[in-house]
Design a binder for this molecule. Sequence first.
Ligand code: CMC
Length: 430
Amino acid sequence: MSQHTVTLTDNKTGKTIELPVVEGTHGPPAIDVSKLYREAGFFTYDPGFLSTASCTSQLTFIDGNKGQLLYRGYPIEQLAEKSNFLEVAYLLLYGHLPKPTEYDNFEHVIMHHTMFNETVKNFFDGFRYDAHPMAIMVGVVGSLSAFYHDSTDVNNAVHREIAAHRLIAKMPTIAAASYKHSIGEPFIYPRNDLSYTGNLLHMLFATPCEPYEVNPVAERALDILFILHADHEQNASTSTVRLSGSSGADPFACVSSGIASLWGPAHGGANEEVLKMLDEIGDVKHIDKYIAKAKDKDDPFRLMGFGHRVYKNYDPRAKLIRQTCYDVLESLKINDPMFELAMRLEEIARSDEYFIKRNLYPNVDFYSGIIYKALGIPTNMFTVMFAIARTAGWISHWTEMIGDPAHRIGRPRQIYNGAAMRDFVMPEDR
Ligand code: CMC
């Protein structure tokens, strides 16, 4: 069978070029433009990467029209129901569901890398008491590159694996320490006999003064949220990790760059913004005013937790999180008017022509904050929670990229539209 190609014609010169088409397992085919510049003298232009595949990947697939999300081929709904976060992290990192012994070994390794070097504690003291925990995360995770010199040879597969384990293991410890720093409480050391999320809850909420018991409802809810946030193919933060890593940079520094990108309100920072927005709306009777603001092109306000670059249907994660909201609030016997408000906001937005026409649905961030709030996690820690879970995806993408012998430094082109070449002008002549 002849190879699928696409022929481009330059209507200025009449010249044509035939470009190969690359097909994946699922998803639209892609035109391979890698030789376009060399053979035809053109760059491609795609701000925001609306139509550009930056790499091939075997990790995650999203069908935005169907509202489908697969990790290594497994539907997110099945993983959320039947798996747990550490198993999903293994799946993302190694490509298959672990056999029981593989899982036990992995869990043991992760739960025995949870402590950070004691001197890392000093970094926290350098931050003001009211520093945003995401700012602390960027700094402290980046600082790990100064500590683990035995695992920073990115060309060594064993080093890469150790770095991946360390990152997944230490993120909850660093996250909890950021929180404790902000409230002026002593850091709580990890407990390796607890589950991944149980240990995180312990480090967040225990104090040295009294015993702390992990609530299994909170532990499972957090685990489900972490499964749903673990990966999402080439989003801004993952692409940042890949681009940073493409130069051979240290993995801890690369993940720190991913955290920085995640923090933005258009990305993971939206979960914090949703709660602030719901707080500001305050009552069902004000919803119409905020819907009108979101539709007004002269008003920068956007409905936070709504819309997605890829999903033009209900984000499957939002569906699962909404259900988890019901379960958690019911189990913990919490009556949160904010959940009612969020559901009413969704209902009103989804029946509005503006949102229907643009296929704007609730995304992963719309309901997650209500669960975090129910678990006692403060608003400024929401994006940190996201970062802990997404570390599994970031480091799996980094591992996939570095392990691919075809990988090269990422170096986008540009269309320069600045001043044409001109001569320097002396100060007195300007
Ligand atoms: N409220 C109001 N209008 C919106 C919204 C919104 N939340 N999202 C998109 N639109 C409009 C936008 O104004 C545009 O309208 P028009 O065609 O008239 O110019 C149209 O919908 C398409 O939007 P876009 O900005 O071109 O879409 P994008 O793919 O570049 O941006 C997005 C996607 C997620 C950044 C955007 O929908 C948004 O800002 N949402 C709110 C922030 C948010 O919830 N972010 C979390 C994303 S999911 C989790 C994650 O990535 O971490």
